[in-house]
Design a binder for this molecule. Structure first.
Ligand SMILES: [Zn+2]
Ligand SMILES: [Zn+2]
Length: 144
């Protein structure tokens, strides 16, 4: 897992250890994900295309795939038919997504660890990882 400090140099080392260079494109994409989480490839592309017209959508996709393979970004599926991405610097957490406004709320995984323990106690199943998304309506939407 990457730390917040020296993100770029850590990233560069990680890439180099796998035989990749930290190209400008990779740096730009990671930089954008650092500021805003849970972006789709298209949203990323929209945000970057003015300043970096050389960055085509297919490059964004390819770069995200590579960063995902290397464990630098997490890929999330909120049931929208496409993926969203965030840096893997974050402590593992889960998401609740509002189906009305699309807001994504994060919650920590202690509750899920507790749940996994309960399941293990009851069934003997040993959970190795979990990825949970809750679907519903955020506080603002559920009050209107
Ligand atoms: Zn909402
Ligand atoms: Zn998240």
């Amino acid at each position: 897992m990457l730390g917040y400090t020296n993100l770029v140099s850590e990233l560069e080392q990680l890439l180099r250890s796998r035989g990749y260079r930290l190209t400008n494109q990779r740096r730009v994409i990671v930089g954008e994900l650092e500021g805003a989480r849970h972006l789709s490839a298209e949203e990323l592309h929209d945000r970057l295309k003015c300043e970096h017209p050389e960055l085509g959508l297919s490059t964004v996709y390819r770069t995200l795939d590579l960063l995902h393979e290397l464990g630098i970004v997490r890929k999330e599926d909120f049931g929208e038919g496409y993926s969203r991405y965030e840096l893997a610097t974050e402590r593992m957490h889960h998401h609740a997504r509002c189906r009305e406004c699309g807001a994504v709320i994060e919650f920590n995984e202690e509750l899920m660890e507790y749940l996994a323990l309960q399941v293990e106690r009851e069934t003997g199943f040993v959970t190795e990882w979990h990825e949970i998304t809750l679907h519903g309506r955020c506080a603002a939407c559920s009050h209107s």
